[in-house]
Design a protein around this ligand. Structure first.
Ligand code: FCB
Length: 451
């Protein structure tokens, strides 16, 4: 399959990770507590009581991990900066040792020929800010911009493009509406101000980055939404879900307005959270790139619970990952073409900033880690991506989730997403078969385009 992949010559290949999922060392180097340290320590929140206290011990083993990336021949590496490592209480005092860590990481990446692509917020809010209301408090957006300035001032001379937020939808829904993730609030639709304040934080941080001549992106978790049937009630429910999951986080950025959320019975200003001028700040002069995290489509039917205008129903007849997520590679083509059709000239170049699958991988007796299901997942999605490019969508790069098996949030250490197997007892890293497959695919692409 990979021999036929038609992708542009400057197409960038990468892997993605996030700080809390790999770094460990939560009490070292002056790092302050994050909402994930506090949430994971609470009984019953995370499978098997796992926390990210050690995770992949990347804080100490980053050099080994950069060597693994170099072995893949990557163009780029998407990682996240832990806000509580840089500003332990979220505002005020800066922790020099925290900035030093990312400085060393950036230099190691550049020495390996890999362009760093940092994400400034991947869900590990400093606990001190949560104590003041977290993203429900407008003030958090301003603190985020101050932190963005600190990090950009230190690394901006070597890091050209930045991602502000990771998946504000998932953070709002899992963290503030349903309580499945930190900070564990169960506000249902009253969580909407957490969406707006994240987007406001994006807009304020974007201005800070642009002032420094840096490119600005965001990584949104997007899903093609399919009505369960052609029945008008199912179609209306799918439209409502699409507004909440996709449009709420992309329309304000690309069109400068929120979608119609009347199906949810909420006021367009989210109870006063949206103030005059906010949408101009959020849209700014536009994004330099839209990061798209894609895992699966979503199938929606008319509501059975009167509290929400939709019900999610299973997608039948497709394979599932170890996580139980449906495997629908063509959903990526559908999503990308749908974005282009929806936003037209307002759609900036797209980079796939996450795509991958969890598999119950274990080393075989000879020490190798065969993961044919992951190879087939990735190959199928790359074919779908190439089809979207053939249909005219401007896609500039693909960053697979993830380099390493890591701490998968509420699932603890039980979902393995890595190209590299991690033994969480010994911290031994073993490249899986998919690592060699991805390395060869990248090498073939580079060879075709330097000829
Ligand atoms: C995404 C998250 C990422 C990882 C993958 C599997 O929603 O951004 O941190 O957990 O899912």
């Amino acid at each position: 399959m990979q021999d036929r992949l038609e992708l542009p010559s400057g197409f960038r290949w990468g892997v993605s990770t996030a700080a809390y999922q790999i770094e460990g060392a939560v009490d070292e180097g002056g790092r302050g507590p994050s909402i994930w340290d506090v949430f994971a320590a609470r009984p019953g929140t995370v499978r098997d009581g796992h926390t990210g206290a050690v995770a992949c011990d990347h804080y100490h083993r980053y050099a080994e991990d950069v060597a693994l990336m170099q072995g893949l021949g990557l163009d780029g590496y998407r990682f996240s900066v832990a806000w509580p490592r840089v500003v332990p209480t979220g505002a005020g005092a800066v922790n020099a040792a925290g900035l030093d860590f990312y400085d060393r990481l950036v230099d190691a990446l550049l020495a390996a020929g890999i362009t760093p692509l940092p994400t400034l917020f991947h869900w590990d809010l400093p606990q001190a800010l949560e104590d003041g209301g977290g993203w429900l408090n407008r003030d958090t957006a301003y603190r985020f911009a101050e932190y963005a300035a600190l990090v950009a001032d230190r690394l901006g001379d070597r890091v050209p493009a930045w991602i502000t937020l990771n998946e504000p939808f998932v953070h709002m829904v899992y963290g503030y509406a349903l309580g499945i993730h930190a900070p564990g609030r169960t506000l249902m639709l009253d969580a909407l101000p957490a969406a707006h304040h994240q987007l406001l934080g994006h807009g304020l941080a974007a201005a800070v980055l642009r002032e420094r001549g840096l490119d600005v992106m965001i990584a949104n978790n997007l899903t093609p939404v399919r009505p369960a049937t052609d029945d008008s009630a199912d179609v209306a429910a799918a439209t409502a879900y699409d507004a909440l999951h996709n449009r709420l986080f992309t329309d304000p950025l690309l069109l400068g307005r929120y979608p119609d959320l009347s199906a949810f019975g909420v006021a367009q200003d989210f109870g006063g959270a949206v103030r005059p001028g906010d949408l101009d700040l959020i849209a700014g002069p536009g994004l330099d790139g839209l990061g798209v995290n894609y895992y699966n489509p979503t199938r929606i039917a008319a509501p059975i619970d009167p509290g929400l205008p939709f019900t999610e129903v299973p997608i039948e007849g497709v394979p599932r990952t170890a996580f139980g997520w449906p495997v629908v590679p063509d959903g990526l083509r559908e999503l990308l073409v749908g974005l282009r059709d929806r936003y037209g000239a307002s759609l900036p170049p797209v980079t796939i900033t996450e795509n991958g699958c969890s598999v119950a991988d274990e080393p075989a007796a000879n020490g190798s880690v065969p993961d044919p299901d992951r190879i087939s997942y990735l190959a199928g999605h790359l074919d779908a991506l190439a089809e979207a490019v053939a249909e005219g969508v401007d896609v500039r790069g693909y960053f697979t989730w993830s380099l390493l098996d890591n701490y998968e949030w509420a699932e603890g250490l039980t979902q393995r997403f890595g190209l590299v197997h991690v033994d969480f007892t010994t911290q031994r890293r073993t490249p899986k078969a998919s690592y060699a497959w991805y390395r060869d695919l990248i090498a073939a692409h580079h060879a075709r385009h330097t000829r």
